[in-house]
Design a protein around this ligand. Structure first.
Ligand SMILES: C[S@@+](CC[C@H](N)C(=O)[O-])C[C@H]1O[C@@H](n2cnc3c(N)ncnc32)[C@H](O)[C@@H]1O
Length: 322
């Protein structure tokens, strides 16, 4: 290994390995969406949630605002709430407040790869519970946090914001099955999932006229420049959101405007782009209710209750571990 590569932190090495694998593979170039969330990416994501075209976060917030007490009534006073990919945690206040009414000794563990998101989350939610952030990937974090449950007490896992939509359908089932395997019978999973809706509405949500989503997407290249010393010229890439109707998902891409080559010294390679070639950076799958109920059973849960927003079709589902 070269000195340059060995000087990388653990996170930079993982980024270098994903960038090398995703940009050098034959056919469609691809980068995992997890890397979108550095400090700037998390701030840009928060801005996306305020866009008039991005109805998803407001829909989920309306549901949680109106139904958190009903949700709390369905679960048996969990003493530990673990949130996968918490982000800034704004919506979670409704749930913690409702559960805290019956459970004064509430421990809340947000899990996220973004340190900036966890700092925001702690500021936002410290008034509702003891907050113990875990900077880790979903399953590593869940393995750590689930050890903090009090004996004989239940755990509630939150996976909000339709983050499950970033997994393709088969991987979503595998992922939720593993999440369930770290839970005990009677524990609950609150899962937010965006539903299928007219394509024009979806495309506007992921390609807003203000250009915030484009900045969020392009920042991935900025991050690779910063952390791996690459020389991506962000102005040579345009943001593209497309709907794949067969897979029922929005796909985000970065399209090279001209043919050019980029070098990525810390990952020890250079990569060429043809004019018009894209890097696929994120998928956001959209669901139908029946499919989600079936998914619950396949993954070892019982679908216990669900709430759907009327203005922006979005489902909040409460699943109980069988
Ligand atoms: C779509 S955002 C959702 C944020 C928040 N839950 C919401 O509903 O607004 C996804 C969040 O998951 C985090 N994330 C992405 N990949 C992750 C991973 N592999 N492990 C842990 N967190 C991850 C991101 O940093 C981001 O905060």
């Amino acid at each position: 290994m070269s000195t340059q590569a060995s000087a990388l932190s653990k996170i930079e090495s993982a980024l270098a390995s994903d960038v090398r694998e995703g940009l050098l593979r034959p056919g469609q170039k691809e980068l995992p969406s997890t890397w979108l969330y550095d400090d700037l990416g998390s701030a840009l994501f928060e801005a996306i949630t305020c866009l008039p075209e991005y109805g998803l976060t407001r829909a989920e917030e309306r549901i949680l605002q109106s139904h958190s007490e009903a949700i709390a009534a369905e679960v048996w006073h969990p003493s530990l709430v673990v949130e996968l990919g918490s982000g800034g945690g704004r919506k979670t206040s409704h749930i913690l407040r409702a559960i805290g009414l019956h459970q004064p000794a509430l421990l809340y563990c947000p899990i996220d790869v973004s340190a900036a998101a966890l700092r925001a989350c702690e500021r936002e939610l410290a008034q509702f519970a003891e907050v113990r952030p875990v900077e880790a990937s979903y399953l590593e974090g869940l393995a750590i946090a689930s050890r903090w449950r009090s004996p004989g007490q239940e755990m509630m896992v939150l996976f909000l914001g339709s983050t499950i939509g970033n997994f393709d359908r088969a991987r979503a089932v595998d992922f939720l099955t593993v999440v369930g395997s770290q839970m005990s019978t009677g524990d609950s999973l609150l899962l937010g999932a965006d539903l299928v809706k007219p394509v024009e509405r979806l495309l506007l949500a992921y390609d807003d006229p203000t250009g915030v989503t484009a900045a969020f997407n392009r920042n991935l290249l900025g991050r690779i420049n910063k952390e791996l010393g690459a020389d991506f010229d962000l102005r040579l890439f345009e943001h593209e959101a497309r709907y794949n109707s067969e897979a029922q998902r929005v796909e985000m891409h970065l399209r090279a405007k001209v043919a050019h080559t980029v070098s990525i010294p810390s990952a020890e390679f250079a990569v060429s782009f043809d004019q018009g070639e894209t890097i696929w950076t994120e998928s956001c799958h959209k669901y139908r209710i029946e499919e989600l109920d079936q998914m619950a059973r396949t993954c070892g849960f019982r679908p216990a209750a669900r709430w759907v927003d009327a203005d922006w079709p979005f489902a909040e589902m409460l699943w109980i571990r069988c």
